[in-house]
Design a protein around this ligand. Structure first.
Ligand SMILES: Cc1cc2nc3c(=O)[nH]c(=O)nc-3n(C[C@H](O)[C@H](O)[C@H](O)COP(=O)(O)OP(=O)(O)OC[C@H]3O[C@@H](n4cnc5c(N)ncnc54)[C@H](O)[C@@H]3O)c2cc1C
Length: 90
């Protein structure tokens, strides 16, 4: 049986969400996404936020694959040698 790999994706923008979702296709990978806000910001809709026609945010549960864990926080430090991250709230 393959060893489980725990992946932390830092930043839940377009790139982070896509990376996290893709990684859920791997049965040997557990994915956690860390983002400071609890909602996905649709940057391409920010002009609509200014115009008052759209809030430009959606719930992460609508854009994240089911297997992705969400931690609402900021990463302050990446320790590659120890394979860990330090969160602002820590
Ligand atoms: C006003 C505006 C309008 C735009 N309109 C268009 C458009 O119409 N079409 C188009 O193609 N592109 C548009 N863009 C560009 C597009 O938004 C970016 O190319 C795209 O957002 C980049 O995606 P990303 O995932 O790389 O980064 P981002 O979307 O910037 O996501 C980065 C994420 O990482 C998080 N983050 C940062 N630091 C940390 C940390 N230390 N710990 C945890 N999380 C962290 C941020 O909070 C954010 O959620 C627009 C950009 C802006 C600002």
């Amino acid at each position: 049986m393959p060893q489980n790999v725990e992946v932390v994706v830092i930043g839940g923008g377009y790139a982070g969400v896509m990376a996290a979702n893709r990684l859920t296709q791997r049965p040997d990978v557990t994915v956690t996404l860390v983002n400071p806000r609890p909602h996905f910001v649709e940057r391409i809709r920010l002009h609509q936020l200014v115009g008052g026609s759209h809030p430009a945010v959606v719930d992460y549960r609508k854009v994240l694959a089911g297997g992705v864990g969400l931690v609402v926080d900021s990463v302050q430090r990446i320790d590659a040698a120890e394979r860990g991250v330090t969160l602002s709230a820590a």
